[in-house]
Ligand binder design. Structure first.
Ligand code: BG6
Length: 473
């Protein structure tokens, strides 16, 4: 009983939220660099406010982030000290193809990740690589309108071919697009899409999504051709939708919301567009251009496993009056749940429900690649950080995760909590919203020494990994 012996415990980060060094090593500018902290952030994230270059009025936290570009050795050594079996990180696309449409990759960028992967292997840490975590080179945004253009598929194929070839033997686990469903809610951050006034939003977004889905399937094809050991997964911002009441209309609303999310995995795992999606397109006048070969590409190259982030469940109703905050997707407040300092609802049992729903629907191995608590930490006078609230959150979630495996039989490959080291928040751009076991001395506006220190949770997670989840403290 218990988790598999080779269960992949670890942590997850994203290039733009930790690397910094936005203009070093030949790196080009990306959409994610241009999202400022502060009150304009959401307008930029949602593609309502055009921010294609830096201005003097805003602070752009991704430019420097936590400078992992220069400090990854120190950080990986700390992950190793906790006993990580895996480290999930993402590739900065514009490090590899600075403009995006070049024929050949940037050697300095390729070398950077090669060194990083070798550093992981020094400690027997298996890299788990997200090919794109929200980022898109600005060259592609400006010249092609990002994923709204079909040519993006070619550029993405070039990217993945470069990665699979260069890192053959160094990387086995790949994720094609981080939280692919987020593009519907955060078009510029999630996919480099800026929406012009009067555009048919749904049509633009579902067209972009179609291109991503085809690109994702082609990545699976290429990955297997280059190395049959490669395992390719999709990645969903998951979290079951609950109906606010048992009123049939509320139950129906939650069903519709659930499948708006499942839609992505339905295509990526089963290999075809579900009928409910085709009906929606028809009914709402959403015309998606598909090439004749697309259906076969989707059918022939489904993903090997399904990965997802889980922070919370969401609640919905037929009549929605007020929304509460959440992981990029607000929802109705669930009166039975507590909330984090940022208003995210906390629901450990919801993780078990979500794991079961995904497993029952797809019958493919699952991987939890994000879960954690964003909170304000206090550094005591003696330098200690006693983040019991974080330990409590994680303990409760891991308990439910183990039940899903032990009692329900879910096939689970691993668990990488979000942000093992404090990093820039994707939602708010803040540093003070911290997830880490490792504290980073930096504030929302880039002040601080960038020194790293261990929080109480660091030692707790080390013990969890050591005992393969038997001792949750
Ligand atoms: C997920 C993203 O949405 O949640 C991460 O994949 C993000 O990039 C994480 O950081 C936590 O969200 P936030 O807004 O607290 O940083």
């Amino acid at each position: 009983m218990g988790l598999r012996k080779d269960f992949l415990w670890g942590g997850a980060t994203a290039a733009n939220q930790c690397e910094g060094a936005y203009n070093l090593g030949g790196r080009g500018l990306a959409n994610v660099d241009l999202i400022p902290v502060g009150e304009d952030r959401w307008a930029v994230v949602e593609g309502r406010m055009k921010m294609f270059e830096f201005d003097d009025e805003h602070f752009y936290p991704a430019k420097g982030a936590i400078d992992m570009y220069h400090r990854y050795k120190e950080d990986i050594a700390l992950f190793a000290e906790m006993g990580f079996k895996t480290y999930r990180l993402s590739i900065g696309w514009s490090r590899i193809f600075p403009i995006g449409d070049e024929e050949t990759p940037n050697e300095e960028g390729l070398q950077f990740y090669e060194d990083l992967f070798k550093e992981c292997h020094k400690y027997n840490i298996e890299p788990l690589v997200t090919i794109t975590h929200f980022d898109c080179p600005m060259g592609l945004v400006e010249k092609y309108g990002s994923w709204r253009s079909r040519e993006m598929i070619t550029f993405y194929e070039r990217l993945v071919t470069a990665l699979f070839t260069r890192y053959k033997g160094l990387v086995k686990y790949w994720l094609t697009f981080n939280e692919i469903n987020v593009i519907l809610h955060a078009p510029f951050m999630g996919g480099g899409i800026y929406l012009e006034e009067g555009e048919n939003r749904q049509e633009v977004l579902y067209q972009a999504i179609h291109h991503e889905l085809v690109a994702s399937a082609l990545a699976t094809k290429i990955a297997h051709e280059i190395d049959p050991n490669n395992m390719v997964g999709c990645m969903l911002a998951a979290g079951q939708y609950y109906p606010l009441t048992c009123k049939p209309e509320d139950v129906w609303a939650s069903h519709v919301s659930n499948r708006e999310n499942y839609f992505f995995v339905d295509v990526q795992a089963r290999g075809y567009y579900p009928t409910y999606a085709l009906k929606k397109f028809e009914k709402e006048g959403i015309n998606i251009k598909m090439e004749p070969e697309d259906a076969e590409i989707l059918r022939k190259y489904p993903v090997d496993f399904i990965s997802f982030s889980y922070y919370q469940t969401r609640t919905t109703a037929a009549q929605v009056d007020e929304l509460s905050e959440g992981n990029l997707i607000p929802s109705v407040t669930n009166p039975y749940l507590e909330q984090s300092e940022w208003g995210w609802q906390i629901d450990p049992l919801g993780l078990r429900t979500t794991l079961n729903s995904l497993y029952e629907r797809y019958q493919k191995p699952l991987f939890i690649v994000e879960n954690g608590l964003g909170a304000v930490d206090t550094v005591e006078e003696d330098g200690s950080i006693n983040d019991d609230y974080r330990i409590d959150y994680m303990r409760k979630h891991i308990k439910e995760m183990i039940k899903a495996v032990d009692e329900d039989g879910v096939d689970l490959l691993g668990y990488t909590m979000w942000g093992p080291i404090d990093l820039v928040s994707a939602g708010t751009g803040e540093m003070k919203k911290r997830y880490g076991f490792i504290y980073v001395d930096r504030d929302n506006y880039g002040n601080g020494t960038l020194d790293r220190s261990r929080k109480k949770s660091f030692y707790w997670y080390k013990r969890v990994i050591e005992t393969n989840g038997e001792d949750l403290g």
